[in-house]
Design a protein around this ligand. Structure first.
Ligand code: ASP
Length: 274
């Protein structure tokens, strides 16, 4: 998976370029799930681990647990010898500026509420392209990263990595490391979510896609549409998904979602809007 590369690129909200806490620090989280045996690993509250998704993978492969957080996760990182850096490495000038904006507006910013001129924003009656609920929003807010993959045998996996929400409280844990919320994979599909973590957690969004496929017999895109429509109350989010048949689907209930798709035969596609 390429989640590591996205973590290393400061343009995304994960690893270097992560959203900042209310204190201007970085607390990262990530998870990974292998759908074949429903194996999973997750980490939260990382402050020095260069590639959180790799540590999530080590939790899955090399620890007796599914989820490690804060000091315990940092200690495990050192035991496993993963690359660590100072917390400042993750902090970019763009994000320092965005945190200032969030503090001035007394709000928490996340990429999914990006109102853009000419686009309806989730039907929320946005007054001006740069405001949401009367608060200014940045159009440059970076995005959480995630990946859903299927191999030629139909084995699905998914991973998600994030810095969370800009101006979040210290210790806040979002959906991205929570198996079933931000990430899920089964023998049927793999799903990775992004958007307002609290809404994704309430909707157990990623697991729900697999559940409606399993229990209602829906196809992948139908399942994604169903979940976006019925499981996202009062929150904006999106997800990418693959099925064991090699299908690819996505859905979101807001302006757009940065996404891409690539297959072994060379097909590549990227998109932002519907
Ligand atoms: N879902 C992430 C969180 O709430 C944020 C995002 O996707 O941008 O932590």
């Amino acid at each position: 998976m390429k989640v590591r590369e996205l973590e290393t690129d400061p343009l995304f909200n994960s690893g270097r370029g992560s959203a900042l806490t209310e204190k201007g620090t970085v607390e990262m989280e990530a998870s990974i799930m292998d759908g074949t045996k429903r194996r999973c690993g997750a980490v939260s509250g990382l402050t020095t681990v260069k590639n959180p998704v790799s540590l999530a993978r080590l939790v899955m492969d090399k620890s007796p647990h599914s989820y490690l957080a804060f000091e315990g996760a940092e200690k495990f990182a050192r035991q496993q010898g993963v690359e660590v850096v100072d917390n400042e490495y993750f902090i970019t000038p763009d994000n320092v500026g965005m945190l200032k904006l969030a503090k001035e507006a007394n709000t928490i910013l996340f990429d999914y509420r990006i109102p853009t001129s000419g686009f309806e924003t989730c039907g929320q009656g946005v007054e001006s392209p740069m405001k949401m609920n009367g608060l200014p929003m940045s159009i440059y807010a970076p995005e959480t990263v995630g990946c859903a993959v299927v191999d030629r045998e139909g084995r699905c996996a998914a991973a998600t990595s994030t810095g969370g929400l800009m101006n979040k409280m210290i210790g806040r844990i979002g959906d991205s490391p929570l198996i079933g919320a931000g990430t899920y994979a089964s023998d049927i599909c793999g799903v990775s979510c992004t958007g307002e973590g609290e809404a994704i957690i309430r909707g157990t969004l990623a697991r729900e896609v697999s559940a409606v496929m399993e229990y209602k017999g829906l196809g992948l895109q139908e399942a994604v549409d169903f979940v976006i429509k019925h499981r996202l109350d009062e929150g904006y989010a999106g997800l990418i998904a693959v099925s064991n048949k090699g299908e690819v689907a996505y859905g979101f209930n807001c302006n757009g979602m940065f996404r891409g798709c690539a297959s072994e035969d060379g097909f590549m596609e990227v998109g932002i809007w519907e």
